[in-house]
Design a protein around this ligand. Structure first.
Ligand SMILES: Cc1cc2nc3c(=O)[nH]c(=O)nc-3n(C[C@H](O)[C@H](O)[C@H](O)COP(=O)(O)O)c2cc1C
Length: 246
């Protein structure tokens, strides 16, 4: 299936209802190997992605569902999802989003319980058969978080090229400890080993290999090399600065 980039971009939307039909492992591998070409400052590739499917995903959904049912408090935040006081026009946009989302489900603005029930579908991944959790080392800064955003958008567009949809979710961050019970290096290696040894049904928690070690030479960087903007001729070099180019 070929999808024009414009079509991939405009047909991507946050989908909140999936069939649960398993996605073949080679499809996910194709998407994730290509997504590894997403750009990042100094090619750090600061994303650490884990794919969770099959049994481990069912366990994760069950444990999260139990926490929701028990009205378990959310895990303490490592970051704020939104600024405490959203200013205009963001406040209005957020409120319009909430209105669209819940009125589309026939839920009244004041019906807090129904809203909570609808939101709880987040922790069932809206029925999706595969989840990708993306981690970043705590010592990375805002520029690296933007790298992760580019990576995730690349994944979502490539999924469109495979005829698949997705939904980005911050919601899982509130149950991050439950996620960590499933997505941990120890479980990851044992599950991916189990997967390698046999079954064609994807059932794995596996770290996604970054997939590339270097940058590709691009026509412009080849062309630039001898030019005024080429290496050794950057503004920093001209100023005698010691900063490395980003
Ligand atoms: C960083 C990020 C976090 C999001 N978290 C959630 C989430 O937890 N649950 C959810 O249902 N949608 C979530 N969304 C989806 C947004 O609500 C959605 O992208 C936005 O409303 C625009 O709609 P569209 O993606 O369909 O164009 C998230 C999107 C982004 C980019």
């Amino acid at each position: 299936m070929t999808v024009d980039v414009y079509e991939a971009v405009t047909s991507r939307r946050a989908v909140r209802g999936f069939t649960g039909r398993p996605v073949p492992r080679d499809t996910l591998e194709r998407v994730l190997s290509a997504a590894a070409w997403a750009p990042s400052g100094s090619n750090l590739q600061p994303w650490r992605a884990y794919v969770v499917t099959g049994g481990p995903l069912a366990v994760l959904k069950r444990r999260a569902g139990e926490r929701v049912a028990a009205a378990d408090p959310w895990d303490e935040r490592e970051y704020e999802m939104y600024p405490a006081a959203l200013k205009s026009p963001y406040r209005e946009r957020r409120s319009a989003f909430g209105h669209e989302r819940y009125s589309g489900l026939g839920i009244e603005r004041e019906d807090w319980e129904a809203r909570q029930r609808a939101a709880a579908a987040n922790w069932d991944c809206f029925g999706a058969p595969a989840a990708l959790f993306c981690h970043i080392d705590r010592d990375m800064g805002r520029p690296q978080w933007s790298d992760v955003g580019m990576y995730l958008q690349t994944v979502m567009l490539l999924l469109r090229a495979e005829g698949l949809h997705s939904c980005p979710q911050m919601a899982w961050s509130v149950y991050r400890r439950t996620v960590a019970e499933i997505v941990s290096p120890r479980t990851a290696s044992s599950c991916s080993a189990a997967c390698r040894s046999g079954s064609r049904t994807p059932r794995w928690v596996t770290p996604v290999r970054a997939g590339r070690r270097s940058t590709r030479p691009s026509p412009s960087s080849r062309g630039d090399r001898g030019g005024a903007a080429g290496r050794g001729h950057s503004p920093a070099a001209r100023r005698g600065g010691r900063h490395r180019a980003p």
